[in-house]
Design a protein around this ligand. Structure first.
Ligand code: PLP
Length: 453
């Protein structure tokens, strides 16, 4: 396509392109911003504006933009073997290499991976694999998944059903049968007069109540993100996960930890499960697996499920054309080696994560900010009109959108979920860049406060 100017690109986009999670008509009226290139942690739009990408694309560009090694690996792999499947007793070196590498960085009891193309497909795979497991165990009634309100597990039918987003369930009669949702550990919004610690226990006990209500014999699995990402970077109170672990140990129910956001270094550990000391049976992965350079996802499978599927399973009638795609697999393997060999995950744990959390928490003194939270290189700010009462603005989301737009127009990509501002920058961000991020965020909070009057 010959070089077009911004207006021409916007016009063509409006005429032909339906965007994800978008009001098509409204976008057509407002117009899109065209992102043209990126380097490190920065983006440039078609008008030459430079922006600090504090969202790492969509929580995924962990190694930062512009790593030419990945382009070279893709180029070479495309010439060597651009595609082959893994269906009919065939395999290829990139999928083998990636599967082995994944087993080296995931928890010790997890040594197998089923590949797919995205986080949503990973959760569709989880849905089928868990039910297959219980069928093989002679417990076909164990079918129900317990998830959480406001969880995000993808946008396919099973993914959106496993997720707990009401506005997604409203479209298309979701959730599908066999998926129920319990309360989330969101202290700022739902903690009331309880301390965060008390509330963490209470939120976890909702799991036990639901298991008892449904009957242990009908519950297949509990699925959760270590830290809810899209829901608003909800870092559970410290008491939450230990209590969930206690409950899961008591009942014969699988634990699915959705690592699509927390995986590959976001918390300063390889996986959110490492950070919280969890022992998942299954871990859906995507995003940071390839740092978003090419689409790929997977389900990492722990011993218990893998052994049953392998030893007793026969055919598992599930898979995708692009399961273990050779080019995506080669790029993902190169990405994991960069994260590991350059000590990027270690640096997040020891240096940049603690530094971001320290600087980010300074924003707590801002009049609009009711709570600051985060772990490693992920964080959130709760915007409020009354810090002590933790009350929200009447017009939910409008303050967040206002702040997000100020950020966009002042060189910072920060996301708004309702009135919760979110960051998840590339893991290669430096201390100086963290200073820039926090200063820009404060400036945009000031602009927002001023606009509100
Ligand atoms: N699971 C979690 C926790 C996610 O955050 C996402 C995407 O944001 C998904 C699953 C779905 O991944 P994808 O968009 O690659 O289908």
């Amino acid at each position: 396509m010959k070089a077009l100017d911004t207006a021409q690109l916007q016009a063509l986009d409006r005429e032909h392109h339906l965007h994800p999670f978008t009001d098509f008509k409204q976008l057509g009226e407002e117009g899109t911003r065209v992102i043209e290139r990126a380097e490190g942690i920065y983006l440039w739009d078609s008008n030459g504006n430079k922006m600090l990408d504090a969202m790492a694309g969509l929580w995924c560009v962990n190694i930062g933009y512009g790593r030419k090694e990945l382009a070279e690996v893709a180029y070479e792999q495309m010439q060597q073997l651009p595609f082959y499947n893994a269906f009919f007793k065939t395999t290829h070196p990139p999928a083998i290499d990636l599967a082995k590498l994944i087993s080296e960085v995931t928890p010790a009891h997890m040594n197998h991976v089923f590949f797919c193309g995205s986080g949503s497909e990973a959760n569709d795979t989880v849905f089928r694999m868990v039910r297959r497991y219980w069928d093989l165990k002679g417990k076909p009634n164990k079918k129900t998944f317990i998830s959480r309100i406001n969880a995000y597990h993808g946008s396919t039918v099973a993914g959106a059903s496993l997720g707990g987003m009401g506005y997604m369930h409203e479209q298309g009669d979701l959730p599908i049968p066999g998926i129920v949702h319990i309360a989330q550990p969101y202290w700022f919004k739902e903690g009331g007069d309880l301390s965060p610690e008390e509330f963490g226990i209470k939120a976890a006990q909702a799991l036990e109540e639901k298991i008892l209500e449904l009957g242990e014999d009908s519950v297949a699995a509990f699925i959760a993100e270590p830290i809810q990402g899209a829901g608003g970077v909800i870092v559970p109170p410290e008491t939450y996960w230990p209590e969930i672990k206690r409950i899961l140990d008591k009942y014969d129910i699988l634990l699915v930890v959705d690592e699509v956001i927390c995986g590959f270094g976001r918390t300063g550990h390889w996986f959110g499960s490492d950070y919280y000391g969890l022992k998942p049976d299954l871990m859906p992965i995507a995003k940071g697996l390839s740092s978003g350079y090419l689409p790929i996802g997977g389900v990492v499978v722990g011993e218990r499920v893998a052994e049953t599927l392998i030893e007793e399973g026969g055919d598992f009638n599930h898979g995708y054309t692009y399961s273990g795609h050779p080019v995506s697999a080669a790029v993902a393997a190169a990405n994991i080696r960069i994260l590991r060999d350059e000590g990027i995950v270690d640096r997040v744990r020891e240096e940049t994560g603690p530094y971001l959390q320290k600087r980010w928490r300074e924003l707590a003194d801002h009049p609009l900010v009711g709570e600051v939270r985060g772990v490693g290189l992920v964080g959130a700010l709760e915007l409020t009109n009354d810090k002590a009462a933790r009350t929200r603005f009447d017009d939910k989301g409008s303050t967040g959108t206002l702040c997000r737009d100020f950020c966009f127009n002042n060189g910072l990509v920060m996301r708004a979920t309702g009135d919760t501002m979110i960051i998840s920058p590339p893991l290669v961000i430096t201390k100086e860049e963290i200073d820039e991020l926090v200063e820009k965020a404060r400036y945009c909070l000031d602009l927002t406060a001023k606009e509100l009057g």
